[in-house]
Design a protein around this ligand. Sequence first.
Ligand SMILES: C[S@@+](CC[C@H](N)C(=O)[O-])C[C@H]1O[C@@H](n2cnc3c(N)ncnc32)[C@H](O)[C@@H]1O
Length: 280
Amino acid sequence: MKAENSWQDAAGQRWAELSERTDAQLGPLGRQAMALIAPLRGERVLDVGCGAGQSTVELAELVGETGKVVGLDISEPLLNAAKNRVAARGLRSVELVLANAATAGFAEPFDVAFSRFGVMFFEDSVAAFANIGRALRSGGRLGFVCWQPRERNPWAHEPLEAVRALRPDLPLPPLLAPDKPGPFYFSSPAFVRDVLERAGFGDVQIVPYEASLPLGGAKVLDEAVDYLLQIGPAARFLNEAGLNAEPRARELIARAVAPFVTDGGVLAPSRVLLVAARRP
Ligand SMILES: C[S@@+](CC[C@H](N)C(=O)[O-])C[C@H]1O[C@@H](n2cnc3c(N)ncnc32)[C@H](O)[C@@H]1O
């Protein structure tokens, strides 16, 4: 349960504090996944692992005032950030719920379940997706976006490999292992399809997508380095190795991301899978 619960603590807090910067990179990827399942006006949508709520607000705009969006997250700091965002916009069609998507029960069925990078952390993915399936009406749509392998995402891979040089003797943090729940757990289309079909979904569609996006919203190198020292695989490694205060980490990360600096910001390829499926 560690992967799920870690969002409650400092990691969730950092994500909440940096959410606007993260949104600049993840927002366009989430919108591609939304387009695949196209929520309609008046529909009821469940936003799984809604985090600080950018996707929740975007979904609320798509379904309009006659629709409803329930944002669900296991992290209190992130859900509080989402509550502030929703309150600032006066959105009455949004409800935010602190709960575990793997086990939560839902009174009314949803037309759509959506997630922007929030479904790769379940200990038992098949059971969790079966639970999400039960939240959908018959014929309801599931759509989400998840990362392709870390090696295909240089914004994550290059800084991590750079700081691993500080302690090559240490193993990768379990959260970063491709075969364990974590950001890259759903990077294989065959695995994703198998999980979804075993969880009872049909019509599974998996579309690779890539875009060059501002790394943590950064316009200049220093901003990107500050961000990567707090969020993402390199930060996770430094944290677990007790190397957060190591001055060489900054230098190594700066060198690793310098090739992505452009006049239009620090732009790195982000490679994801856009996934859609249907409850029979
Ligand atoms: C990578 S973040 C993405 C957050 C947000 N969707 C975004 O795109 O900014 C993963 C999110 O999933 C949430 N999460 C992880 N496991 C969960 C679970 N079992 N139930 C509900 N939310 C979960 C985390 O708390 C976190 O907010």
